[in-house]
Every structure is written in structure tokens, then in C-alpha cells.
Design a protein around this ligand. Structure first.
Ligand code: ADP
Ligand code: ZN
Length: 720
């Protein structure tokens, strides 16, 4: 049983016999299928459903082929999922560059790119006139009897023949079905004029950006509160006035209600995109994409085909969450630059603590640096962090910090405490024998969560009850070691009972709603203090905060990762930048057990330039990124020797690549994660011309042994 669909107006181009399809599978290469006449005119950039292996899969038409390859019997496309191409030629080329840069397969890259369109099942259709519908599409119409609207999913369940989606689209085209359109997620408004008078530095910045002719990357460098956002907004407004659209990328957690409120106050048609949205919400964004002036989202928003895109903004460009950790290890920031280049439009990367990568590009003259030197609120610049020696202090809070908290509370101001460790204590240790309970699956100690009475692994999620006695020696002598946010919570409750505070970490903030609630309560000043992990640091604007306390500045300073110093500095500077943003001066207290560490004197936005210069010189001397291009290839398996063998085979083949330095195989610093042993081969290219491209052929021809996972990380950010 198969429904024939009335031809879709346009004459079929008989010459197109077959198409090349990127099938959503990890297999390399693309696949050729024959194109059936009944699906109308073929075009590149539409999704199709194809028979693949024993079942069916979706894919994207990459190219039309004039003739079929000889001597092969081709399978036939079974359904057409889009009427129009999802991407234009420029974006398709861009995606192919993404694929080649990250050494991914066609299928992987398209699956990643089209995740935003993956929820077609939820599209709903309504039939205005069942009689007419029945005449043209008797079977399909049968499903609609006594139904007002049906989703594609429901239709698929009742409709056994293949080209269902195409039939639905054709019926829509003929006016026999109408798609149900969701309300826009953020209501369209009038948009208001800008009221603030820009400072001189801001005016220059806006003029530069809006005056850019074609592709121009800008590094907008200015401390927190220097008015960067105002620059983005003003430039965006000008681009939109000229008929363009704007994409704003923000880090994972930075997508705060504040950002959205600010956009909605200024622009008529705003859309937002992030990973915590429901499928319905995604569908709504997608349905209104053509009527969106400004789209703000996390890294995956990069792949939404916003039409007439004329400017991209990457806020907090140094943030690690622009880099995806699983699947294709792409950097949304870097790929945004590539997209801007492909579309020949300006892109603005903004930060108070730029990544060394971008800093270097600016130094080399590839990016245009724009400085917004000072804060709008003048007090902030006078703040100098105060270092507190914790070597003689018992407990998580020094008397100085306790005193400062008390005073801030009495003055009716707000404070922030930063401690980048969830749970009660990072480890439990036996005082009798020194044993520390480890995760059975990872090379990592277990974190104590006291209230839940559990030990948890922060790497793989493993948890178990807290043992009463040491499992190594049997003594009941287990003691918590170090401080986590839960312990700080307990300490504050006991020592500062009048302080109204909330804990802001992944254990307490489990949803977007919860996040908004806490931030709103803090904004309304129903809370005096927020204590939290790095979640707290990103992008939030707290005008009444006058005190920032860093509980343990030593954390993360000495990880075996060459970027540890850079990250630590960015984090400290971002945290301390939260103080004194309003019209009152701020205080920063930094607790440490290494008060003489040279990095401590570098904390703060005024030190940015010198710090980055120094660190960049160090990297240059060592030939580390950004002066070299690295590719890290990870092999993991449940048996260590399997992983080692695969890594060795790979490393041997790599020796054919001349001028590329090869280290390893060696165990990763985190040797075991979630029960898998991990080994790495690190490839380093000082010329930056060979990698990653040279590696493509080698990876394609070197099979991955069964039971082994291979992960290719181009420009790795995480060296653990
Ligand atoms: P950033 O993005 O660099 O942190 P913002 O653009 O958020 O800085 O600006 C910080 C604060 O200063 C905001 O409250 C903003 O409304 C205000 N602000 C920005 N530009 C101006 C200006 N030209 N005049 C007055 N206030 C401004
Ligand atoms: Zn674990």
C-alpha cells in the first residue's frame, strides 16, 4: 500500500536521477540514493529519510548527481522531510569546513547541525475541510476523521506507507492542511528607543562595528560593567535597522533572565535558544525564525539558519562552555568566526578576560581590538583584592571575612561568596591509615554530600552511602577533608544566623526556573548573600553587591593542565568583577594558603593586559597553543591494554606525518573515567598549517577496534 502524491506544481527535472546523502550515522563518507519522481524536484540542503542497513535513517541531501554510478543498484529515498533547503549554499559550505576542521564525518556534522530541527514529530497539522481532503488524500484524510489536529508522530503511527511527510507538505501546499503555529516564546513587542547616552569609547566601538565592510572580527575588551553589552545592543539595533538580523552567543549559564529582559526592552522580535528548552518551545522558535530580529542562545544556536544574518556577537568569549565536550568537540566561538567569514559579516567577541587565543589574534592583527577602558560606575576601579592567609585559620571562613559579611549585612548591602566545589567536602580521609575512598570507576576521590549521607563521584555520578568505618583499616576515623559549598552553608547558618542566603550550585539549582527564582529573589534583595560555584560567576549583574569573598583561591591553581593558570586567573577576575557594580564601592577578600603565590597579585581587571602579555610570552617560548595547533586523540576501553594497543597503532601511523610532533601514547592525567581506561596521543603542529587536515585520511583508513572508543579533539581545551 503506497500513497501516490499529486505532483507538486514544478516540473520534475528528469536529469536528476540520484542524490548524495549525508546519512545521520557515524560511518564515514556519504551515500548515493536514487531520487523518486514522486518526491518532486530534488534539491541540496533538504532532509530525507532513507533505507539504511536494516532500518531507516534521516539524512541531508548534499548534492544532486546527474548520473548514477555504474554497476551499483541504488536504494531509493523513502521520504522527503523538507520542502525548502534548510541552509543556503554559503552555510552548507561553512558546515563542510566545520566537518573538515574537526575531522568529523558528514553524518556527525549534519546531525549536530540539525539538532534544532530534530523534533519534527511534534509538528501538528489541522484539516480545514475533511471532504476536500478525502478526495485528494483518502488514506491520510482517514486519520483526521473526528480529529481537529494531528502531530506528525500520530500520523506516522497510523500511516504505514513511506513518504508521509512529503504527502503532508503537499497537502499543505494544496491548502488541504494547515500547520498549527505555536505562539512565539517571547512575545513580540514594539521595541523601545535607546535612552542611555553612550560614552565616547562606546560610540567609537559602535561606529567601528557598524562601519565594518564585510568580514571583520572584533575583540571588544573591557572590564565587567564597562558597557560592552550596551555596545552589542546598539550595534545590533543599527544592523536590524538596515534589514539585517543578529545572533548573540552566550555561555551556558550566562543565559540569564537579565539578558533576555534587556533584549526585550529594546527589540521587537527576540528569540532565545538553549539546551534546557522543551521540544514544543524549540518548535516555536523554529516556526518564528523568519520573523526574528535577534536570536540569543548557547553554542548550539550557531546552527539555526537565521536569515539575513548580518552580525554575530560572542559574549564572554573566553568561556569554556563554548567548546562542546562530547560528540564533535567543536568550539562555537571559533566556528562563529568561520561563519562570519563565510557570510562576510562582522563578528564581535567580547570579554573582560579574553582567551589567549583571541588575544593573540588581536596581537597579530587578525582581530581588531577595541578597548572600553573603564567602568561606567567609577567606584569599582578603586577596589583592590585583599589577600587573607588561611594557614592558621580553622574552618572555611576567616575572622576578617566574617567581619566583612557582618558589616555588609548591617549596611543593608549584598555579598557573594565563591567556592568552586559542590558538596560538603571534596574528600573523606581516614585519620588512622590515611586512606581516601575513591570512585570505583574513576581515578578520583569521592565527594562527601553530608545531608544526603552519600559519597558521590563528580566525574561519573556514581554514589554510595557514607561508610561508618574506614574500609581499609576498619577504624571509625573518617574525617571530611577540605571545604565544599554544603559545609559553607552549614557554617553560615551557625555563625551568621541573621544572614539570608542561598546556595547557588548544581545541587541546589536544578532547573532554569529555580535559577531565575534565586536570581530574582537576590535582585529584590530578599537575600543578603549568594554562595556558589562558578555557576555564580557568569554574566550576572548584581548592582547591590559590595562584598565578594573567595573562600579558597588555591583551588585549580596547580592542575596538570597548561591552561590552569589562565583559567584560574579568568575565574578569579570574573568573580571579583562582581563587586561594586552599582554606585557603591566594593570589597574583595581572597582566602588562600599560598599567600605568596605570584598569580595572586595578578587578580583583577586592571591586571588583565600585563597578565595576558606575560602568559602569552610563556606560551610562545614553549611553543604551546595558541602558537601551535594541537590535536589530542583519546582512546578509551574497559581494559587498559585494549586502549593502549589502539593508541599505539595510531601513534605508529602518525609517524608518517612529517613535521608534526607526536607524544604518547600515554595515560591521561585522569586515567580512568566511568570505568574506562584512557590513553592519549598528542599531536603538535608548530606551523599551524598541517593539522588537523593532514590527519583526515589517516583517521578514515585506520579502523577503531571494537570495544575501544576514539575521540578526536582538535584544539583541546581540557587536557585532563
Ligand atoms: P558589561 O556588558 O561590560 O558588563 P553593561 O553594558 O552591562 O557592561 O553596562 C554596565 C552597566 O552600565 C549597566 O547597568 C548599563 O545599563 C550601564 N551603562 C552602560 N552604558 C552606559 C552609558 N553609556 N551611560 C550610562 N550607563 C550605562
Ligand atoms: Zn566516577
Amino acid at each position: 500500500m503506497r500513497i501516490r502524491v499529486a505532483a507538486e506544481g514544478a516540473p520534475l527535472s528528469a536529469a536528476i536521477a540520484c542524490v548524495e546523502v549525508a546519512v545521520f550515522s557515524p560511518l564515514p563518507g556519504s551515500f548515493t540514493y536514487s531520487w523518486p519522481e514522486e518526491l518532486g524536484e530534488a534539491c541540496a540542503g533538504i532532509r530525507v529519510r532513507v533505507p539504511f542497513g536494516k532500518g531507516f535513517r534521516n539524512g541531508v541531501v548534499l548534492r544532486l548527481l546527474r548520473s548514477a554510478p555504474e554497476g551499483v543498484e541504488l536504494k531509493t529515498i523513502s521520504d522527503r522531510l523538507d520542502v525548502q533547503p534548510l541552509y543556503d549554499a554559503a552555510r552548507m559550505q561553512w558546515l563542510d569546513r566545520v566537518r573538515r576542521y574537526y575531522l568529523a564525518t558528514h553524518g556527525e556534522v549534519w546531525q549536530l547541525a540539525l539538532a534544532w530541527a530534530a523534533h519534527d514529530d511534534h509538528r501538528r497539522f489541522r484539516c480545514p475541510d475533511i471532504g476536500a481532503f478525502e478526495k485528494a488524500y483518502p488514506l491520510l484524510a482517514g486519520l483526521f476523521i473526528n480529529k481537529r489536529a494531528l502531530s506528525l508522530k500520530k500520523m506516522a503511527a497510523g500511516f504505514v506507507t513511506a513518504p508521509l511527510v512529503h504527502a503532508v507538505h503537499s497537502a499543505c501546499h494544496a491548502g488541504l492542511l494547515n500547520e498549527v503555529i505555536q505562539k512565539p516564546l517571547l512575545e513580540h513587542s514594539e521595541g523601545k528607543p535607546f535612552e542611555l547616552q553612550l560614552t565616547e569609547a562606546q560610540t567609537i566601538a559602535v561606529d567601528h562595528v557598524t562601519g565594518a565592510a564585510g568580514f571583520t572580527p572584533f575583540l571588544l575588551f573591557g572590564c565587567t560593567g564597562s558597557g560592552k553589552t550596551e555596545v552589542y545592543l546598539r550595534a545590533a539595533a543599527e544592523m536590524i535597522r538596515r534589514g539585517g538580523r543578529v545572533l548573540v552567543l552566550v555561555p551556558e549559564i550566562g543565559l540569564t533572565p537579565m539578558w533576555i529582559a534587556r533584549l526585550q526592552a529594546r527589540f521587537a522580535r527576540v528569540a532565545v535558544w538553549h539546551s534546557a528548552m522543551t521540544e514544543r518551545e524549540r518548535l516555536a522558535v523554529r516556526q518564528h525564525l523568519d520573523h526574528t530580529d535577534i536570536l540569543i542562545g548557547t553554542r548550539s544556536a550557531l546552527f539555526l539558519p537565521l536569515p539575513h544574518l548580518s552580525m554575530i556577537v560572542v559574549d564572554e568569549e573566553h568561556d569554556g562552555s563554548f567548546k562542546q565536550l562530547d560528540g564533535i568537540a567543536y568550539s562555537a566561538r571559533d566556528m562563529a568566526v568561520l561563519l562570519a567569514q563565510q557570510l562576510n559579516i562582522p563578528i564581535v567577541l567580547g570579554s573582560a578576560t579574553p582567551s589567549l587565543e583571541s588575544w593573540r589574534q588581536a596581537e597579530a592583527g587578525h582581530y581588531q581590538r577595541i578597548d572600553l577602558a573603564s567602568r561606567i560606575a567609577v567606584h569599582a576601579l578603586q577596589v583592590k583584592p585583599k589577600i587573607i592567609d588561611m594557614r592558621q585559620v580553622d574552618g572555611p571562613v576567616s575572622p576578617q571575612l566574617q567581619h566583612a559579611l557582618q558589616q555588609t549585612l548591617e549596611a543593608g548591602d549584598q555579598s557573594i561568596l565563591f567556592l568552586n566545589r559542590r558538596g560538603y567536602a571534596p574528600a573523606l580521609q581516614c585519620c588512622a591509615c590515611g586512606d581516601v575512598p575513591q570512585c570505583p570507576a574513576c581515578s578520583m576521590s569521592l565527594t562527601l554530600h553530608r545531608k544526603a549521607a552519600q559519597l558521590r563521584c563528580h566525574s561519573c555520578g556514581f554514589s554510595r552511602r557514607v561508610p561508618l568505618c574506614c574500609e581499609a583499616c576498619g577504624e571509625p576515623a573518617l574525617m571530611p577533608m577540605g571545604d565544599g559549598t554544603e559545609k559553607l552553608d552549614e557554617w553560615l547558618t551557625e555563625h551568621l544566623p541573621a544572614l539570608r542566603f542561598a546556595r547557588f550550585d548544581r545541587d541546589m539549582v536544578t532547573s532554569h526556573t529555580r535559577l531565575s527564582e534565586i536570581l530574582a529573589a537576590f535582585e529584590r534583595r530578599e537575600l543578603d548573600c549568594l554562595l556558589g560555584t562558578q555557576m555564580l560567576v557568569k554574566g550576572h549583574d548584581f548592582p547591590h553587591v559590595t562584598l565578594v569573598g573567595v573562600i579558597n583561591a588555591d583551588q585549580g591553581m596547580s592542575l596538570p593542565d597548561f591552561r590552569a593558570g589562565e583559567r584560574w586567573w579568568q575565574q578569579m577576575t570574573q568573580v571579583t568583577g562582581r563587586a561594586g557594580r552599582g554606585d557603591k564601592p566594593g570589597h574583595m577578600l581572597i582566602q588562600t594558603r599560598m599567600p605568596d603565590a605570584p598569580w595572586l597579585s595578578r587578580i583583577g581587571e586592571s591586571e588583565a593586559e600585563a597578565t595576558m602579555h606575560e602568559e602569552l610570552e610563556l606560551r610562545r617560548m614553549l611553543n604551546y597553543p595558541p602558537f601551535a595547533r594541537w590535536v589530542r586523540v583519546l582512546f578509551s576501553a574497559t581494559h587498559a591494554d585494549r586502549a593502549v594497543q589502539a593508541a599505539e597503532a595510531f601513534a605508529r601511523r602518525c609517524h608518517d606525518l612529517s613535521d608534526v610532533m607526536i607524544s604518547g601514547p600515554m595515560p591521561c592525567p585522569l586515567e580512568r573515567v566511568a570505568g574506562r581506561y584512557r590513553f592519549e596521543v598528542l599531536l603538535r603542529d608548530v606551523s599551524r598549517q598541517l593539522l588537523p587536515w593532514k590527519l583526515a585520511a589517516l583517521l578514515d583508513t585506520l579502523p577503531v577496534p571494537s570495544g575501544v572508543r576514539r575521540r578526536v579533539d582538535v584544539d583541546p581545551q581540557d587536557m585532563m
